[in-house]
Design a binder for this molecule. Structure first.
Ligand SMILES: *[C@@H]1O[C@H](CO)[C@@H](O)[C@H](O)[C@H]1NC(C)=O
Length: 390
């Protein structure tokens, strides 16, 4: 069984405000580390059900405690947090005797042929996906990812959390939205049809080269799946178009992606206040205007503002105890996704001792020395109770 793997370094940018930072810039210095942190995590939902449907291993309280520990031990210059992640490995015995017919939950495509081409052209998949993208049918609290309707690929993104299949009885985006709502860190999901081999080993749940090899003419089954992700999806992530199992072509059709249309809420804070695609630009010099620091999370860490709330509180406690930043309390944070050249988002939070309203959300991006463009997406403000400002 695969599990979402969190590397030990989840938090990179604990870049604190200093007199050197006259203007508030995006924290791009830690971006590459943050992307690298997610590189080893599962980025796509596995094909078929060769592995049991996964258990999400993202545990906000474990990650948050690592963040708090990082702040209280090594603030303010720079810090890294350790957070335990669990890796569950498969333990499969290879005592296969006969093949079996897998269970499946989608319509089998056998006409005009049981082939990859027939599957990709199947009108029923197009109809289901197109219908589920109509505004009346979009799950409450979600928006269709622009351009991600009826595609022939699922997303590839390090913020992948888990998938479901067997509990779906049809192309049920409403149920997938409800599952996402109940899942820690879930921000977006994709629903799709997957063509898989019908005959599999009962032990491995995949074709077996010796007793039921997968060939180009092996009969197929259709799985309906929903895969869940921790960051907002963009259409550019639709790159997982399938694979070969033996010479059987696994393909995907009717993929629709949905992202939550507002930020999550968190206890103790008013918000989210939508800042669109811009982060807060505190007046210069920022150190005299309540800017405390910016924190960049690994690319496998979901858009989970409870992490920022824990970090903000830890900063408050630390400042009070040590007199850093004049003993200011952290009363406001700005959570957003930082993108490089429009892709590979990383979750980021900036912390303040002064609350700023939407009028200060002016930083839409900047370039680095090599011409890379860093931009902001899904930006929201959170105000400690009693500190809300327009
Ligand atoms: C933010 O950027 C995304 C991607 O470019 C775009 O689809 C969306 O409309 C933008 N949102 C706002 C509020 O400008």
């Amino acid at each position: 069984m695969r599990s979402t793997l969190f590397l030990s370094s989840l938090v990179f940018g604990l870049a604190a405000a200093s007199p050197l930072h006259r203007r508030q810039e995006l924290d791009i210095s830690d971006y590459e580390d943050a992307v690298a942190a997610g590189a080893d995590s599962a980025a796509v939902a596995p094909v078929g059900d060769a592995v049991p449907e996964e258990v999400v291993s993202y545990n906000p309280s474990v990650v948050a405690s690592g963040i708090v520990a990082a702040i209280t031990t090594v603030l303010p210059a720079s810090a890294t947090a350790d957070a335990a992640g669990s890796v569950i490995t498969a333990n499969v015995k290879r005592n296969v005797v006969v093949c079996t017919t897998r269970t499946f939950n989608g319509p089998q495509v056998t006409a005009p042929a049981d082939s990859d081409a027939a599957f990709l052209a199947y009108q029923g998949f197009t109809d289901a996906a197109t219908d589920a993208a109509k505004s009346a049918n979009i799950p409450r609290g979600y928006a269709v990812v622009p351009g991600y309707v009826n595609l022939k690929a699922s997303p590839q993104d390090p913020s992948y959390l888990t998938y479901v299949s067997s509990r779906l009885t049809f192309y049920d985006t409403t149920q997938c939205a409800a599952l996402c709502d109940a899942m820690a860190g879930c921000t977006s999901f994709v629903t799709y049809f997957e063509r898989v081999p019908l005959l599999i080993s009962p032990v491995t749940q995949t074709p077996d080269g010796s007793i039921c090899p997968a060939t180009s003419t092996s009969p197929s089954a259709t799985l309906i799946k929903c895969a869940f992700f921790g960051l907002p999806l963009r259409v550019e992530t639709a790159t997982n178009a399938g694979q070969y199992q033996g010479s059987f072509h696994v393909v995907i059709a009717g993929a629709n992606a949905y992202t939550k249309s507002t930020g999550p809420s968190v206890d103790g804070y008013e918000g989210p206040v939508a800042f669109g695609n811009a982060s807060i630009n505190a007046p210069a010099p920022v150190i005299e205007h309540g800017y405390l620091r910016t924190q960049t999370f690994g690319s496998n860490v979901p858009f989970d503002v409870s992490l920022c709330a824990a970090s903000c509180q830890a900063q408050t406690d630390y400042n009070a105890k040590h007199g850093t930043f004049g003993g200011q309390a952290c009363v406001f944070f700005n959570a957003y996704v930082l993108y490089k050249n429009g892709a590979n988002g990383v979750f980021t939070c900036a912390y303040y001792g002064t609350p700023y309203g939407v009028a200060y959300a002016k930083n839409k991006g900047q370039k680095d020395g090599s011409g890379n463009v860093f931009t902001v997406g899904s930006s929201f403000g959170y105000y400690a109770d009693g500190h809300y400002v327009e």
